[in-house]
Design a binder for this molecule. Structure first.
Ligand code: FES
Length: 472
């Protein structure tokens, strides 16, 4: 039986995206066994894989670049976790060694028997040939996999079957969020009990001594708090996941103003930070209401990824008569915190779809699109992502460098800045089979409505079109 690798680990080993492996499996180029691949099969599909490289570092380099090192910290697992993982690997290695020695003894015995007088010379020659040392193509890959197993643990979530890797000292909850999973949680510090998960196999390790939210019966049944545990070994867990906007609780949080910084002349980046124990749980693409103490407010899409639930970003465009924008452009002087209420809205990623993704942003409609793209990158499930960003002037692409850095770092991401208002013709030029894609449109109301009309006229199925109309 060949040693099987999970897709997450296999992708890291050969330095490709998990979505690329899934695409090869769907097309039949790569054979999977119950969602896993063998080392030999992986090398057959990726003969150029540079196994002398550290797959983990190559993968992290891509992620760091894509996420501008915003939240990833290169941490080794704690010494306790490292020791436990090494001892688990040593135990497996000892078992394999014992089996090999047993088979070797059986074969030696067989050889001795066959050397005895009789007509077994042909069988003996065959056996000796079979016992010649063989080149095992998958060995370097398996050695790398052993290294990866010390540095990271693989977690599969039931019943969805989604998977993620736990790096460094991340809790199960942090690692799941970074991988784009929408697990149920609340406080993140072990108080509310919302992040309960049952360990079905493997060993978890408590990192925070705060499990009074669990009953004795739950503890006996193997239930843990994901925000207070990391993975000692590979795990299979049972946990609740959100399946759509309706599963997101409405929250009200007083967030600190971290910074207000310019994104060109007409847009400001407002960075809010929630308290550590009261973070905003939301889906990428959703909006919230922001209110200043003096009563001025606005409804705005979150421009950051739910995988970083403490740091919320908003793109504020200057508009005549918009009192909230005026206050932000004035630097929010004298304001310490902003009341955040939400999330709201159905403009979220259809995670059940495997279609290529096309994002069309008009002006600062880029904000919810940015959140969706970062979430799609964290999920790493889509074959290709295309971003078309239309702006009435070149300075309207106020995060042009970020988009270009995504394109440089990820071979499946394609960026198309457009300064004309019409979006359909470049789309049709690049996507002769647009009907096979999921298309997400966000921008000022009249512009977004026109784009929606054109796309439906073209024949894009309504079920594959998602539109967010924002304030002009
Ligand atoms: S999120 Fe509240 S206990 Fe884990």
């Amino acid at each position: 039986m060949p040693r099987l690798l999970t897709l997450s680990r296999a992708a890291r080993l050969v330095g490709v995206r998990r979505g690329a492996l899934q695409s090869k499996i769907r097309s039949g180029e790569l054979t999977a066994f119950e969602g896993m691949v063998s080392a030999e099969e992986l090398l057959r599909a990726y003969p150029q894989a540079r196994l002398e490289d550290n797959g983990l570092e190559r993968f992290d380099a891509i992620k760091d670049s894509a996420f501008a090192r915003r939240m990833r910290e290169r941490l080794l697992p704690s010494s306790e976790v490292l020791v436990a993982r090494l001892s688990e690997l040593s135990r497996e290695r000892a078992q394999v060694q014992a089996q090999l020695e047993h088979y070797r003894a059986v074969v030696d015995e067989l050889q001795a028997k066959l050397r005895e007088p009789g007509d077994a010379a042909g069988v003996l020659a065959w056996l000796e040939q079979r016992l010649e040392p063989v080149a095992l193509g998958g060995q370097p890959l398996l050695a790398q996999e052993s290294f990866l197993r010390i540095m990271t643990a693989h977690v599969q979530v039931k019943p969805s079957g989604r998977e993620f890797l736990v790096d460094g000292n991340d809790s199960l909850l942090e690692a799941a969020l970074r991988s784009g999973l929408s697990l149920d949680y609340g406080c993140s510090i072990g108080s509310c009990g919302k992040c309960k998960a049952r360990i079905l196999s493997g060993q978890a390790h408590r990192t925070r001594h705060s499990d009074y939210a669990l009953t004795a019966a739950e503890k006996n049944a193997g239930v843990v708090l994901m925000c207070c545990h990391t993975a000692l070994t590979d795990l299979v867990i049972e946990a609740r996941e959100a399946h759509g906007a309706a599963d997101m609780p409405l929250q009200s949080i007083d967030a600190r103003i971290k910074s207000v910084s310019p994104l060109g002349d007409e847009v400001r980046l407002l960075h809010l930070q929630t308290p550590r124990s009261n973070r905003l749980r939301f889906l990428a693409g959703q909006s919230v209401s922001l209110a200043l103490p003096e009563g001025i407010g606005a409804s705005l899409p979150v421009a950051s990824c739910p995988c970083d639930d403490r740091n919320l970003q908003f793109h504020i465009r200057r508009r005549a008569g918009d009192a909230f924008a005026e206050r932000v452009f004035g630097g929010l002087k004298g304001v310490d915190s902003v009341r955040v209420e939400g999330p709201r809205g159905e403009f979220v990623l259809n995670e059940d779809s495997h279609r290529p993704l096309v994002f069309i942003a008009g002006e600062s409609g880029f904000a919810p699109v940015k959140s969706l793209i970062e979430h799609a990158m964290a999920l790493d499930a889509s074959e290709t992502l295309h971003l078309y960003w239309t702006a009435s002037s070149p300075s309207g692409h106020y995060l042009d460098n970020l988009c270009r850095s995504w394109g440089d770092a990820l071979d499946n991401f394609h960026y198309h800045p457009i300064t004309a208002q019409a979006v359909l013709w470049p789309l049709l030029r690049d996507h002769p089979r647009l009907g096979d894609c999921d298309v997400y449109v966000a921008g000022p109301g009249p512009w977004a409505n026109a784009a929606e009309f054109q796309l439906l006229e073209y024949g894009l199925p309504r079920t594959q079109l998602f539109v967010n109309t924002l304030q002009p």
